[in-house]
Design a protein around this ligand. Sequence first.
Ligand code: FES
Ligand SMILES: [Fe+2]
Length: 335
Amino acid sequence: MTATSQDYVAESASVATGPATASRIKLHPFPVGWYRIASSEDVKAGELVSMRWFGEDLICWRSADGGEPRVFDAYCAHMGANIGRGGFVQGDTVVCPFHHWKYDCAGKNVEIPYRDKPQRGARQKVWTAIERNGQILVWNAPDGSEPDWTPPQLPEATDPEFVSIVSEKIWTVRTHVQEVFENTVDVSHFQFVHGVAGFGSVELVEDGPMFRATASVSMETSRGKVDGAVESELWGLGLDIVRQVGIGRARSIFSVTPIDDEQVVATHTFFVPGDADGPSRYGKAFMREFSRQIEQDIPIWETKLYRAKPRLATGENAILDFRRWATQFYAADDE
Ligand code: FES
Ligand SMILES: [Fe+2]
């Protein structure tokens, strides 16, 4: 099952109340980077989908011949109608529901149906978007800068021996993207929150926007105890490529995207061994385990503070390494 962004917003009505995210976590809510806004199949050829991300109303649409996904600000440059409410795609243009002005893929007004000429100054703001691993990603940069990196294409996403499945649940959580990913280096919480006792050391590799944490762990499997590792490879503060080393070849892209300064949406896109009948037994167990872990983390994320100067125990320095790496995604004065 895939959910549209409308589902995300509908779910958010049920979250617990308590101190607002922005009052608990004093970090800019929208760090620079790539974020998942939909699965590729959520926006089909000739379709327009209304969305809300980064505190903005957006539309994502694809031309009738199935071109690349385009992401625009939702409000029309003419008189401000929300194109996501009744707008539609015609050929390779998007049409506003109010006076039927047409915009091309670059956001330029190309036709006013009741005038000879378009209005050259009328433009929709276009967000830089790419499709990767079956996902639509958008570049968020509050200062308007263009991307200088892209997340990797995974071999499993096109491997016929793998099936790709978006997690059945899409979690809407009252927290900040950085708080979610800090989990990957917080080795001690795995024992107490997730009941995984065998976590040992964590090894870190940093390369620009990439941060890889490999935590050694002994796991209970149907074959008994296996010494392996959980590898989390972050690409910015929106995407985490997760796998279990030494157990099987399943992977997930765990994506977290801010709706606004109060809530984020978390999704797993799984790539697990399987065939036309679906995922293998191992694949199913992998998906279950990763979904279970998020649900255990949510009550902590939704109520905790961000301590800028945490009192860490010996051996917890990976948390500070992660935070130092994360500073690159904030403008100098807003972190
Ligand atoms: S407000 Fe969009 S065409 Fe007039
Ligand atoms: Fe966790």
